[in-house]
Design a protein around this ligand. Structure first.
Ligand SMILES: [Fe+2]
Length: 650
């Protein structure tokens, strides 16, 4: 036995040292202009290539081996078995240089306790084969540009990120060739010590977030297109972007609304990322471009980047949304993944297990510093961290009064937020804005009846629903559940006839995150893949996508657009008279689209740890999938209230 072990170790050391001796790595180019530019990493000379050889991506370059921001296996290159290959990677500007390291990892070194968020083992760093030169971003040009409405109707806020705190400006005007107005941007930053828990406050999760700049363009003429750029003469200017100024009296209101989108990364990292978000952004960008000179806005109602304490994921997120957020105001409300932390000040006994550490120790700091929404709501974190802001606010656009609320902080009767919502809803001028849309993260209604949020739902019904009912809220939008689901006009879990007194509720958390809870199980068969769809639920689907809202003084229409084909699959119209018209396209029988995978990450070389369990649940998941796509639309016949899934025994 000892002899066998010795032979194995000798073989292992030869295997590793032969690979180490000859490995070469090179990169091109060594300077990139801006986020999204690609670097090509080439290697050669790897003896006895293994499918566990991997490429670590590091920023800053002096990061310890196990503090990569992400990795790729070398077998991503088609020629890897020859010992040579190349990988092209689009990089996001993290305001520090990048470097790349190639490691050899062996099966005997797999550590089943050192796992990523998907329970795959993280690659080992014992055997460095080669390290590249550094890649740098050449300019100090700001990036991650995003717009938002401000409290003044003739204003537009613009925020962006730069690597230093030197003065930056926004210059803007109605003509692209003459940006005659200029305003100084205020730069702020946050520190690792501001984070409340791990991994956000550890060297693993923390990276310098740069300086966040904030400026407000003023005296804008409603409905007019403005051109703008951000930066400075000494550090460089961004490219010129444009937007349509807010027009409170516009005939038409257009919004793109969703929750739980996250972002994609071109590498595997410590947490699950959301590949489907690429398609959501793609279709929304298509829609915005098709609008021409009509103004629009975006609402992302919580669970925004899913950075969960890994700082650079925020950079990836803002780079990904910049094409839409630099054109239309990008509005947000807070979700559990922005905030949830163990010592959060508001954690009532009845929901102690509901509020945990979903924020990865961020305690709302990146959310509060990187966005600046209207209003002045704020709550102390109870720690060194700066107060949490962007909690509750509202604004009018055209015929719609939009309200954003926080399900992460106190929403109970008598609290500050409750009083705000009450005052706000009571003061809406229904002549000007006949429609009122309230948005929050955790749903008041869903048929994904997870026990964890049951008390939240109950408390929302008890405390908030009476305000919505009394003040004739038209529509309530929620995220958190990664599904699209539309309810009847509803009050106290009972369908009404009109939205007046019974707001229509939609769950719209289907924009990217792929962890999808099951629908409501039957009480007597909780583990079986059968999904009763109560009569209150008019339409529900497992497809990814987003919603479009279009309103004028007479009618507000919301449509669900599926990511798999970019087309509308469900529509509901709410008339100013109170009538609700349901107009779903009948697509009850569907095949599973390629974009609707349950697990969006590319398969890892080392996912065998989860494959066994995966196979066991595959049959159940198949049942779930079939269930989702065979009962999207609620069939009104009461005989069909309990719809069996085909191939239940699968
Ligand atoms: Fe959530």
């Amino acid at each position: 036995m000892i002899v066998n072990s010795s032979i194995f170790l000798l073989f292992l050391s030869l295997f590793i040292s032969s690979a180490t001796a000859n490995t070469q790595i090179s990169i091109s180019p060594k300077t990139l202009n801006r986020s999204g530019d690609s670097v090509v990493i080439k290697w050669s000379g790897i003896d006895t290539p293994s499918n566990l050889d991997w490429l670590g991506i590091y920023s800053p370059p002096n990061s310890p081996h196990n503090h990569f921001i992400g990795y790729k296996f070398l077998n991503a290159s088609s020629t890897w078995q020859s010992g040579s290959g190349s990988i092209s990677l689009p990089l996001t500007n993290l305001r520090s240089n990048y470097t790349f390291r190639i490691f050899r990892w062996t099966r005997s070194e797999i550590d089943s306790k050192h796992l990523d968020h998907d329970q795959n083992p993280l690659p080992g760093t014992k055997h460095l084969l080669a390290e590249s030169d550094q890649v740098t971003f050449g300019s100090g040009t700001p990036e991650q540009i995003h717009l938002a409405f401000e409290d003044g109707v003739d204003r537009m806020r613009v925020m962006f990120v730069a690597g230093d705190g030197e003065e930056r400006f926004v210059r803007y005007g109605e003509r692209k060739e003459r940006l005659g107005d200029s305003v100084l941007a205020r730069g702020v930053r946050y520190e690792r010590e501001d984070m409340c828990d791990a991994p956000a406050n550890t060297t693993l999760g923390w990276r310098d977030p740069g300086w966040v700049f904030d400026a407000v363009m003023e005296n804008l003429n409603g409905g007019v297109r403005y051109y703008y750029q951000v930066g400075s003469d000494s550090k460089g200017w961004s490219e010129i972007h444009s937007f349509i100024a807010r027009d409170v009296s516009s005939e038409e209101t257009i919004a793109f609304m969703f929750g739980d989108m996250g972002c994609a990364t071109p590498y595997t990292t410590f947490i699950r990322t959301q590949d489907e978000s690429i398609t959501t952004v793609k279709w929304i960008l298509r829609d915005i471009e098709a609008l021409g000179d009509k103004p629009a806005l975006v609402s992302h109602i919580g669970d925004i980047s899913y950075a969960r304490g890994y700082s650079w994921v925020w950079d990836e997120f803002f780079s990904q949304i910049e094409p839409i957020a630099s054109r239309v105001p990008y509005h947000v409300c807070i979700g559990n993944h922005e905030y949830d932390f163990p010592t959060q000040p508001w954690k009532p006994d009845w929901a102690a297990w509901t509020y945990g550490n979903d924020g990865g120790g961020e305690c709302g700091v990146p959310y509060s510093m990187r966005f600046n929404m209207p209003g002045n709501s704020s709550e102390p974190t109870g720690m060194k961290a700066p107060p949490t802001r962007n909690l509750y606010y509202s604004y009018d656009v055209g015929s719609v009064h939009f309200v954003y609320i926080s399900t992460e902080t106190n929403f109970l009767t008598g609290g500050r937020q409750y009083e705000f919502i009450k005052r706000d809803l009571e003061s809406v001028n229904r002549e000007e804005t006949p429609f009122v849309v309230v948005q929050g993260h955790r749903p008041m209604y869903t048929t994904s009846n997870e026990v964890r949020d049951a008390m939240i739902r109950q408390k929302m019904v008890e405390n908030l629903e009476p305000l919505f009912v009394e003040n004739n809220v038209t529509l309530a939008l929620w995220g958190h559940v990664h599904r699209y689901e539309r309810f009847c006009p509803i009050r106290n879990n009972t369908c009404g006839k009109q939205w007046r007194g019974s707001p229509v509720h939609l769950v719209i958390g289907m924009a990217g995150q792929d962890w999808q809870p099951i629908w409501q199980p039957r009480p007597n068969h909780p583990g079986l893949p059968i999904f009763p769809q109560p009569e209150q639920s008019m339409y529900r689907t497992g497809e990814f996508g987003y919603t479009r809202l279009v309103a004028n003084k007479e009618k507000l229409t919301v449509s669900f657009v599926g990511n798999h084909d970019g087309e509308v699959h469900d529509t509901v119209e709410m008339l100013a008279s109170g009538e609700v018209i349901s107009g779903s396209k009948d697509d009850t029988v569907k095949t599973v689209p390629a974009s609707a995978t349950l697990v969006g990450k590319p398969e890892s070389n080392v996912s065998w740890y989860v494959k066994g369990a995966g196979l066991m649940v595959l049959g159940v998941l198949l049942g779930f999938i079939i269930g989702f796509f065979t009962q999207g639309k609620k069939v009104s016949s009461s005989d069909n209230r309990w719809i069996p899934v085909k191939n239940e025994e699968t």
